[in-house]
Ligand binder design. Sequence first.
Ligand SMILES: Cc1ncc(COP(=O)(O)O)c(C=O)c1O
Length: 424
Amino acid sequence: MEFTNSECLMGGVSVSELAREFGTPLYVYEEELIRKRFRSFRDAIPYRPLRLLYACKANSNLELMRVLLDEGCGIDACSPGEVFFAIEAGCKPQDVMLTGSNITDAQIAMVRHYDVLINMDSVTQLERYGAAYPGTECSLRINPEIGAGAHEHVVTGGPNVKFGIMHDRLPEALGIARLHNLKVVGVHMHIGSNILNHEPFIEAAKVFLESVRLLPDLRFVDLGGGFGVPYGPGQQGADLKEFGKAVSGLFEGFCKDYGRELALVFENGRYYVAQAGHLLVRVVDVKKTRTHVFVGTDSGFTHLIRPALYEAHHEVVNCTRRDSRPIEASVVGNVCETGDYFARHRNIPEPFPGDILSIENAGAYGYAMASPYNGWPRPAEVMVASGKARLIRSRESYEDLLRGQREIINIAYPWGETKQPESQ
Ligand SMILES: Cc1ncc(COP(=O)(O)O)c(C=O)c1O
């Protein structure tokens, strides 16, 4: 986002124009920033061959995925649905990997149909897979029993989380693989999300690499994703240059001992897309109580749940009125829940009804976690680049929300037509 004297611009397009053309609430993504973030990670890691996947759980909009595919990225999927999205976005099956949790046999069959490599999350999954597809290739997700992350809900390594094969059970996994003549071509770890400091990452990688030496057929080692972005004031991202040097040195040493050069894989989601995304919301009401000023907007936790779920900080910018007197306010939404807020007790230029606010750093785990709770349709999504905006997902309609019901229970339209009214 940049500011001229009178305007707030995203990808060279004015925010007021975006709101006028596409309505609010609206997700806006800056294409150039996605590309820049991807390149900054790639260029910080000197080790080659390096393979970068995008964890599309962060944001699985197909056009956004295409921007990253165009940069040479592959896709890390966490469900058969995301495998489907990746293929639909144009990713080659060999550039997709599935790292799921509690995937059924039927779902495995669907993913095998696409010829996509699967990361086994448990020894029992490996057993099921081996019995059904003997002689094929697979990869193993290992839990190095070290975790990290900005909130306990996003720590995915360690003894108390459900993910991966505990590293001390690796010999058992190897036995199962041998029994079914499976070729374990890759190993994977992912210790958590929104990590702002690379030390736990290196510490976990050491334990992990130590435990995977005994696997004879490796082609790649995937160290996961999880690199964070600074959301709040005073936060800083990890020092990627330092990390790049440390991890490359560690991995070169590993490959030397292993006797073969392997591909090093990372699968970030948030790092590439969080900062490129803005959720534009319109102020509907300003309510002053004895203790609060509530700035009520036309969106809510249905569209960005991170503040309610993780108490996450998102900066709020008043795009309409940047220079008005700052007031302390809580920016809230239209959901019937007290926990429905974007920001609490924040100093922002005093907002008035009709103003457009931008909720910042909303590109990751924003739309991807949105829901139609309370009957609020999901927003449209727009990509901006070089002064132009293109719609990359239409706004949901009320009719969309009834999909799957109208056909079955034959609901009548109260307005007596076959189409919903124009305004929502
Ligand atoms: C297996 C796996 N890989 C990659 C990611 C991406 O994490 P992030 O968006 O923090 O980079 C996640 C997120 O939880 C994950 O579970």
